[in-house]
Design a protein around this ligand. Sequence first.
Ligand code: SAM
Length: 432
Amino acid sequence: MEDDTAQEADVDTKTQLILLTASHHNLESLRVLLRTGSASVQDPKTGFTPLHAAIAACEASSAGSSKTQHGSSNIPVPNGNTNDVTKGEHKENGESKVEAAAKTMRLLLQNGAIWNDVDNNNKTPGCIALRLGLKELYDIMVDAGVRAEMLLNRMDEYEQLADDGESDSEEEAEAEQNNGEEEVDKVAVQEVNGHAESTLAEPLPTASTAENELKNEDYLQSYLRFQDGRILDNDNNGVMMAWETDIMRRTADLLVPRSGLCVLNIGHGMGIIDTFFQETYPRVHHIIEAHPAVLARMKKDGWYEKPNVTIHEGRWQDMVPKIMENGFLFDAIYFDTFAEDYKALRDFFSDSIIGLLDDGGKWGFFNGLGADRQICYDVYGKVVEMDLFEAGFDTEWESIEVPKMDEAEWEGVKRRYWALRDYNLPACKFIG
Ligand SMILES: C[S@@+](CC[C@H](N)C(=O)[O-])C[C@H]1O[C@@H](n2cnc3c(N)ncnc32)[C@H](O)[C@@H]1O
């Protein structure tokens, strides 16, 4: 018992030492400490990791006396005043504080520090860098996130290959999972869904195709409520909301710039984008929709009688192969489903677009991945752009300001899936 207490105290001291050394940007000592200690320790009182500490120190130090006693350590914490941020003027051993922090962060990341651990205020290190306006440090965190997520996505692919060939042992998979689960709090997976959910920040991408399909099937069987300006599912998740109208408007303008085109929309929802598509008098307007309640609404609202409209009742996973069989090609395609993860979107653009989009055609998707946190949105924006490029697409991004929303708009919605000022609108075409 006494031994246990002594051991715990030892671990505590080491944690505090690592955090303090990171906040002092003392590379030499940190290197020594990381030989036996972890780069992902957390202060038990604040939840700060060494990455949080290294970034936060750029603010607190310039405030001089504002160096705050934090938790059981002397780790400086931001005091909320961005004017206090050291923008490079304060020198540490001949280099600016920010440069020193950047080196410290790189050392920590090389030693396995995790980009999306959250502190007790639910902030990642990147959130702190963003709040302090430290772009250089923020970019380091975004790049770390991109590397981690690309790796996780690749591991997912390998895991699936192994599963397909039944060569991966269950123990191995379990060990990998446990390994991820041992980590401290991260941005939770449920926090990152727009319409489709991303697997961002999951300990390991264990949401297999089967699990994802199950979630989508569950949603498709769920009761929907059509309220003024929104659709909610059984659990009060926002399936679609009217504040997205400007996004749909601009998307329609970019994808369908003139009348008489052949258009495919996947996911009808409130019919906002389909209404804009109709206004262009498309020569052909196909819609894939899978939820029976949405289909019933479409019937009631006369969508089945609209000019040149063909409705495919079912999941896109089942309908797309049928459309492809006919060899029909579209000038514009939009993809916006619900209760599917990033992998579903990636599968769609990696495997299906090639058989659906005409040369010179354009396609887009609702870009809501990670949209409740700026760093997640930025990380996933880069991940998706790289995956799009690998799949053979050039993407043009247009940033549009989202209308200001008051809390009333989100009342009764289980989770606010959009928290950002700007929406990055993607328009993709085949690499020329
Ligand atoms: C976010 S809403 C689309 C909103 C639409 N862009 C608009 O402008 O109103 C998503 C829609 O996708 C449908 N959906 C979900 N999973 C689907 C699937 N696997 N295949 C086809 N439609 C699906 C949902 O029922 C819902 O109507």
